[in-house]
Design a protein. Sequence first.
Length: 183
Amino acid sequence: MYLKQDLYQKTILFAGEKHKKQKLPVDGLPYVVHLSNVAMEVMFAWESCKDFDIEYALQLALLHDTLEDTATSYEELAEVFGIEVSTGVFALTKDKNIEKYEQMQNSIKKILDCPKEVGIVKMSDRITNLQKPPKHWNKEKVISYREEAQYILESLKFSNKYLAERLSFKIDEYKKYITEPLK
């Protein structure tokens, strides 16, 4: 009866432990705030159109940065959450062994080979990240980040109409950080 909540708790506790030393760059809040915000975007998308596996998508949302930003291995994720989840998280992980400018294209290619829940999480992640940029970013980095968001939208918009519209809105809203000086 309460499997979704229990699975969510198991997943967020695992992710929270793995990311416990990380802070958000803009405001210094615990990193788990970002993970829960990505999960919130997924939940709202599911409320809009229940045509995807919410449990799988929520696990991906909460775990999407564990391979990229922590010492967690693919094998550990697979052992705790299964191959499907670890494969989805792997698809969401940038390959730091390739040139920076190729990383997003490589990631999108991996995502397109996965179930649509993986694309849903990628769009949700970018929506969550289209907030005020960190102070150390220059104008070129802000422009590049917005262009990358547009690439994500164009590549993954078929995954979920609600999130595609929301990401488009956030991309438009993000223009203000290009035209206004960062503070």
